[in-house]
Design a protein. Structure first.
Length: 649
């Protein structure tokens, strides 16, 4: 009997894993509309049929770092040729880089280098430099972070001193801690960098500005005089193997005055400094990165969830029925798996859909900014800070949760989870630790509360509840599980929790307490509210389409997951419920999970339609079961069988 079951199970195929990008109305919606869906399909068709981008799950980690980077550099060159030949727009190019899973050295070209040229240069400067970057005549990076200063950008030590006699800036690294560090693409690849440095004129410090600095000779790739660069070595978990991340030092490197990015501030030939009209323009560089991350991280999480879903719906383990001849139970049907994977699926979709809205707002702001209007920058800055913290926290932990849900096979390099985690978790510390970056949200909340100006930023309108001496009563009976499916109840609960957190933060601040730990939960709760509103806004807009039902079910799981199982332990304390009320919330959450799992999960996974190529996991093959793919991987190991005989052991 046991042998028969084993053979039958081996023949069973993992469910509905496409080899091609399949188009459905639901899928087009989830990917962000026809343009984004077509872009994904175009990129997929190009990469999946090109031998240069062939994937070999798990074995990329066996390459020596130099070999891995060389492969990534060759892929970069191939992508450049494709882009120029097919006249791909920048977004095509960036999406293609992501689909390779290598973090290619050319990645900074459009993600942060070109975006700063376009947004921070004057029109005259752009006419010279933007075409060079678009034609790949120069390759760029963005040297901001220093050994001694990551999150604290105002503490940057690199200097750019104006020399009146030669009409030049002198870029200098005065200390070891001023070494530019963690600079993507600079270790080997980049020819130019937009260096963040303190502008010094006649001994006076005018703060950080941006300076386009040549790093390498365009013909020989040799370092320019006074430029010192080292490739900084491997990262944790063998992540970002294709990125040549650099450590840069400048020994009195001279650049023309014309290479200070001059859209907002200028230095005249006489040395006269013209300050920017809006002092918040410096937010722009990191807002660019955060706006992109808001959506990208959600796709990283959905890839992990999809892989785990395909495996756990294949895998059978133990029997819930005590009958000896009963079939083993599909792993996904256990509550222990559903309670971990289903909230992550709902949260991943929320990250993507709300992230798309944030990206659209950023693109609209960019148009306004180029026209001289920076009025929306503070709100966008606050949105992207919250989104960066929120999306990276959920995704980093979520990918690891998906791995664990797949049991021991999830630990194999062939599962792909190691690479997914290594690539996702680094985003938690972009700009610095999330506990540090996240403090910008509470600071903004305090400022607007003191100034009574919360109405100017819709995302913190809940502060009006804090001014009301009467605690708003719940709009329904919280001991009734069905009440928790009402959006009015969810909004009340999120608002009350947030107000209690803000009140405590105000009290702690007035007492002079260190709030660097507690502000993290405040930022996450603030983002819960932001994403809750954003997700339901998207769902309401599709009320009359065929897939509205699955999306409403997903929205309910998301809403109750952030209330019942919050991201930080202290959030439960700040939503004061009686035992009966909490029990009703628990019952409502369980009911939402069951309805979602039984009726809609497969529909959403299939609509996203991640292909075998995109998941790149032995646990999600179109023509092999996970067992067949894992065994095949073991057979191909460089240490299997006679392959070790050459070692002389």
């Amino acid at each position: 009997m046991g042998d028969t079951r084993t053979k039958t199970r081996t023949r069973t195929r993992t469910r509905n894993i496409p080899k091609q990008v399949n188009e459905t109305p639901f899928g087009v919606f989830l990917w962000g509309g026809p343009e984004k869906f077509d872009r994904r399909r175009d990129v997929y068709n190009e990469l999946s049929t090109n031998p240069m981008f062939a994937k070999d799950t798990g074995y990329h980690t066996s390459l020596a770092r130099k070999d891995a980077w060389t492969k990534a550099a060759l892929q970069s060159r191939e992508l450049i040729e494709i882009k120029l030949r097919k006249k791909w727009p920048h977004r095509h190019f960036m999406d293609a880089i992501r689909m390779t899973d290598w973090f290619l050295p050319v990645q900074p070209q459009f993600r942060i280098f070109m975006s700063n040229l376009e947004r921070q240069m004057s029109d005259e400067q752009k006419a010279i430099w933007v075409p060079k970057a678009e034609r790949f005549e120069i390759f760029g990076c963005y040297p901001q972070t220093e050994l001694g200063h990551g999150s604290n950008v105002s503490g940057i030590e690199t200097t750019a001193t104006f020399d009146r006699l030669t009409d030049e800036f002198i870029i200098n690294s005065p200390t070891i801690s001023s070494t530019k560090y963690w600079i993507g693409g600079s270790g080997i690849w980049a020819t130019h960098g937009i260096v963040v440095a303190r502008l010094i004129i006649d001994g006076q410090n005018y703060g950080n500005h941006l300076f386009l600095t040549q790093l390498r000779d365009l013909s020989t790739q040799q370092l320019m005089v006074g430029v010192e660069i080292y490739e900084m070595g491997p990262k944790s978990f063998q992540g970002m193997l294709g990125a040549d991340t650099g450590a840069l030092r400048f020994n009195h490197v001279r650049i023309p005055r014309s290479q200070m990015l001059a859209r907002n501030a200028q230095v005249e030939r006489s040395g006269n400094y013209i300050k920017p009209k809006n002092l918040k323009h410096s937010y722009g560089s990191m807002v660019t990165v955060r706006a992109l991350m808001a959506e990208i991280t959600g796709h990283d999480l959905l890839r992990a969830v999809s892989t785990a879903y395909h495996y756990t719906t294949f895998r059978k383990q133990f029997r819930r029925d005590r009958e000896q001849d009963a079939e083993e139970t599909t792993v996904f049907d256990y509550s222990s798996v559903r309670h971990r994977l289903l909230p992550l699926l709902a949260q991943g979709v929320a990250l993507v859909l709300v992230g798309q809205s944030i990206n659209e707002a950023y693109q609209e702001y960019t148009k306004q900014m180029l026209g001289g209007d920076t009025s929306g920058l503070e709100d966008l800055h606050l949105q992207t800070v919250g989104a960066k913290v929120y999306s990276t926290e959920i995704t980093g932990r979520g990918v690891e949760t998906c791995r664990i849900a797949c049991g021991g096979h999830g630990y194999s390099g062939l599962s792909g989870f190691g690479r997914m985690y290594a690539h996702a978790i680094n985003a938690v510390t972009y700009e610095g630790d999330n506990y540090v970056i996240g403090q910008q949200v509470p600071r903004a909340i305090l400022k607007h509360y003191k100034n009574k100006s919360e109405a100017s930023l819709p995302s913190i309108a809940y502060l009006s509840l804090l001014r009301d001496e009467r605690t708003p009563q719940p709009p329904a009976d919280l001991t009734n599980p069905t009440s928790w499916s009402l959006r009015s109840v969810q909004e009340w609960a999120l608002g009350i929790r947030q107000v209690n957190l803000v009140r405590e933060h105000i009290e702690d601040t007035s007492r002079g307490r260190d709030t660097s730990y507690t502000t993290h939960s405040l930022t996450m709760a603030h983002s819960d509210f932001t994403y809750w509103r954003g997700l339901w806004k998207v769902i309401d807009a599709i009320a009359n389409v065929s897939f509205a039902g699955p999306m409403k079910s997903l929205g309910l799981v998301f809403s109750l997951s952030i209330l019942f199982n919050p991201h930080h332990p202290s959030l439960t304390r700040h939503l004061p419920l009686t035992t009966a009320q909490y029990s009703a919330l628990r019952d409502a959450y369980q009911s939402a999970l069951d309805g979602f799992a039984d009726n809609h999960v497969a529909t959403i996974i299939d609509a996203y339609g991640l292909t075998e190529y995109e998941m790149d996991s032995a646990l999600a093959r179109a023509d092999q079961t996970p067992y067949e793919a894992l065994l095949d991987g073991a057979k191909r190991s460089e240490m299997s069988g006679e392959k070790m005989s050459t070692c002389g052991l």
